[in-house]
Design a protein around this ligand. Sequence first.
Ligand code: AMP
Length: 547
Amino acid sequence: MLFREFAELCDTIEKTSSRLAMADLLAEVFPTLSADDLPIFVRFSRGKIFPDWSAEKLGFGPGLLYEALAYVIGKKRETVISAINSSGDTGRVVEGLLEKREQTMFFSEELELLDVHSRFVQMAKTSGRKSQQERMRSAQYLFSNASPLEGRYLARLMLEEMRIGVGEGVVREAVAKGFAVSEEIVEHAHQALNDLGEVALLAKTNSAALAEVRITPFRPVKMMLAQAGSITGMVETHGSVVAENKYDGSRFQFHKVGSKTAIYSRRLEEMTKSLPDVVALLTAATDHDVIIDGEVIAMQDGKPMPFQTVLRRIRRKHDVAEVAGAISMQPRVFDILVCDGETLIDKPLSERRSILESVMKEFVAPQMVSDSSEDIERYYHAALDSGNEGIMLKVPDSPYLPGNRGKLWIKIKPEVDTIDLTVIGAEWGEGKRAKMFGSFLLACQDENGDLLELSRVATGIDDAMLAELYELFKEKIVAEHGKTVVFEPDVVFEVGYAELQRSTNYAAGYALRFPRFVRLRDDKDPSEIETIESLARRYSMQNKAGQ
Ligand code: AMP
């Protein structure tokens, strides 16, 4: 397939607002693609270059993109930057600049979809002193052979943000329709494989095998997540429920086959090198081949340390041995996804738990099973007293649903009025803070994963955190207009607030009263932030409570 054909299809989808129509369009195209093109097409349509289980990065920030483009159109880097600053949509700006250049061009090679992909893979692979130069050369090659429309989508792919409205749901529907398989089977295969490209390929080549897919060691699957809820609600609906401490640490998934081990973060990044002590503890605790789900907490002098300590330790990739001495990292495991080659996610939690207890000699998180709200309430207070964030309530006969944030796992914690939002921009500070960001612009997401502005936050950030945030965000600047900066949406803040109000000031239709920064959630991905649907629920609950 030509990249031009892919770009044209993206353009058609971008002009379509109905999810159903998008899925229909994709469902028509998928069966016509070759086995090589299909998985790439599927990933590209969601702005992904690599499978979701892979932590591989293109390593191509906005800065390099501007430079490569400037070279290709024969203009100064500043010209590109000022064009982007006045629009904010990098893809469209690239398209416009290439249009101007087109009039002076005589020939170019047609780009193949596969060729674009292999250039990207090459970009990601390069390392060492000359890597930036090599990436730059690849980007120059791509832009100089791209039509304006292709340029729009090349730029968006490089920034991994397609803006055409195609999310996981649309692709799943399209795969099901296009290859005449049930959506449930597609979803199930997706949970285990964590790569829609591979799911689509399997649907095309061997759809009977879709129902049989197994989780593959060293390809992390998304973690099952929880919703907020109440103890009485859970007991009323399910009777007996499982209660566990909600540890204030960082989520991990541990994979072990023979002597090979790896540990992944909630964002599915490999953390084996920064958590060697945790890997060693877990490896020694089992003789089996396993994939295990848990939380790592930081302990100092026998006391659990706050969550930020864990993250700081994880972020620190060097000097691990020296830091490891000061703070001890302790795993708590609460689920098992694979044991000795058998995928367990469809088995009920109670059964997975027995297997977990039988294969782990240590570190299994204690739990209580009860149908008494009073007993669970007591368990909750004991959990808080011993330094935990609260408790998790789980339905005993529930399967493990990777990536699902449903009602099968409920979190109970005291401060319900905090939400996770993506940082999409900032304003430069004033006075002695002029070289740092003073206030941050935050967004929630709609059902398609598109971001909607919701609030600004400036309160609650001390000087040390401001400096840390400056270091973090300076790499993510996409555009700048006077005092305002636009960021690539990658970082998540947990934000507290006093009240949720209806508002026309922000695209979300709500605003936060007295927003304050609570903490940086760099274990969370922007796809996990608050949804409009959940905001609406909070709003109605808040108003009911006030009556
Ligand atoms: P939240 O981050 O507030 O959405 O809460 C869900 C998170 O709680 C999970 O992603 C885990 O990192 C964490 N957690 C702590 N203890 C447990 C537990 N016992 N079971 C599941 N998740 C837990």
